[in-house]
Design a protein around this ligand. Structure first.
Ligand code: AMP
Ligand code: MG
Length: 419
């Protein structure tokens, strides 16, 4: 029997790099892609490269929120149903047009919803509260100054921040940019990310695996994760555990990629292709990270383009993507908020992890009248992809803690919202 001293303890964190430290180290080596100016429609999903500020009042003119009469509030102060105030109708304010009259004392201008408020007027009396003829209107209620008026600059005034640098442009930002006249916008381009799967055993999802073969799941998980975070995945296929094949796959993509992600081949096995391909070149560093799953990691740069080498187990690959690759790609894309939201939830089941590492336990978080509750979606092994598919978060079991009991609070990284 081997003496205990020679048995590697997989639960120990000894000699491993803490996960936060590993991620920070990678982020420090990634710079956002150089900004480009693109047409408004093409900015959807891209990240604003500069603060976009209002250059004019939004809205640019004050308008009526009602169909009715634009008046001076002071004139109708004492109006009531039994003592109407009669005003002379001096003109018309139509939507999209300059009003054809101004409002003086004792005067009113007929106005439509959305039409500019004529000069002199400071309130609108809705049509329902007036009796009108051609030349005059009898106002049956008082209106305070500003009533039913949408003031110019109510939404934003020149200099107001409309879209901050680092914000991913979504539908509301497109609307704001359009409204403010930003027809072209300076954005960081979407990173083009090459995805590679390594392993002699891998086959395409459309294939029937022979005994011992495995369908390539990681390429698809990574594809989804990359697309979802706003980058552009390039599926470069599967490579066998051959050093030359792997190098060739990387080198052939160098010109058209901003980053690389591969799965598999980063452990210590003799077939571990990534390790052998880069071992001597020194461009890629192999690190044992104090996390579970996802301990063996590789990171480096090729001609300045980041390369992430993830372990092959599907859960390890996913957790590694979420905790390490995603923040890195977000930084490359110009984002400033790089991390998933975290919440505190009360456990409904126990979760466990190896003592020396940060464990990311797959849990389902749900909202209850008593607050957030989290329950484990299954076992700890890193090949159990269904446990991820049922989960929406990773419960964090910090180093030094092996077990969190039902009823205890824990921090959870939420990697998806909604069903
Ligand atoms: P490796 O990190 O290459 O040692 O792979 C660890 C385990 O994950 C092995 O059982 C592989 O068959 C499996 N694996 C590696 N890559 C993939 C993949 N792309 N899809 C599904 N399973 C994979
Ligand atoms: Mg492999």
């Amino acid at each position: 029997m081997a003496s205990r001293a020679h048995v590697h303890d997989h639960d120990s964190g000894e000699g491993l790099v803490p996960v936060e430290e590993y991620v920070e180290g990678i982020l420090a080596r990634i710079e956002p892609l150089a900004p480009i100016e693109v047409q408004l429609q093409q900015t959807l999903g891209c990240v604003a490269a500069t603060d976009v500020r209002a250059r004019e009042d939004m809205p640019s003119f004050s308008s009526s929120a009602m169909d009715g009469f634009a008046v001076q509030a002071g004139d109708v102060e004492k109006a009531g149903p039994d003592r109407p105030v009669e005003l002379r109708v001096v003109g018309r304010a139509r939507i999209g047009e300059r009003p054809d009259a101004t409002v003086g004392g004792g005067e009113a201008v007929r106005i439509d919803t959305g039409a500019p408020i004529p000069a002199g007027a400071d309130a609108v009396v809705p049509i329902e509260n007036c009796l009108s003829s051609q030349e005059s209107v009898r106002v049956l209620e008082p209106v305070p100054s500003g009533k039913h008026v949408r003031p110019a600059g109510e939404d934003a005034v020149p200099g107001d921040l409309l879209v901050p640098a680092g914000r991913r442009i979504g539908p509301p930002e497109l609307g704001i940019l359009a409204s403010s006249g930003a027809a072209r916008v300076l954005v960081h381009p979407r990173p083009r990310v090459v995805v590679l799967s390594t392993g002699d055993e891998l086959v395409d999802p459309s294939q029937l695996p022979r005994f011992g073969q495995v369908r390539d799941a990681n390429a698809y998980t990574l594809y989804g994760g990359i697309l979802e975070m706003g980058a552009q995945p390039i599926l470069a296929g599967r490579v066998r555990d051959e050093v030359e094949e792997f190098r060739e796959a990387i080198l052939s993509q160098l010109g058209q990629a901003d980053a690389f992600v591969s799965s598999g081949g980063v452990s210590v096995g003799e077939r571990d292709v990534v390790k052998r391909a880069f071992f001597k070149r020194g461009e890629v560093e192999f690190t044992r990270v104090a996390m579970q799953p996802g301990m063996p990691q590789a990171f480096g740069t090729f001609e300045g383009q980041p390369y992430f080498g993830l372990p092959g187990n599907p859960v390890s690959a996913f957790v590694s993507f979420e905790m390490i690759v995603r923040p890195g790609l977000l930084k490359l894309a110009g984002r400033r908020d790089l991390h998933r939201p975290r919440v505190t939830a009360v456990l409904e089941t126990e979760v466990t992890g190896p003592k020396g590492k940060t464990a990311f336990a797959r849990v389902r978080v749900r909202e209850t009248p008593e607050g957030l509750r989290a329950s484990s979606t299954g076992g700890r092994s890193s090949n159990l992809l269904t446990t991820v598919a049922r989960a929406n978060g990773f419960a964090i079991i910090p180093p030094g803690v092996e077990r969190l009991e039902p009823g205890q609070e824990c921090r959870v990284v939420l990697f998806r919202v909604g069903s």
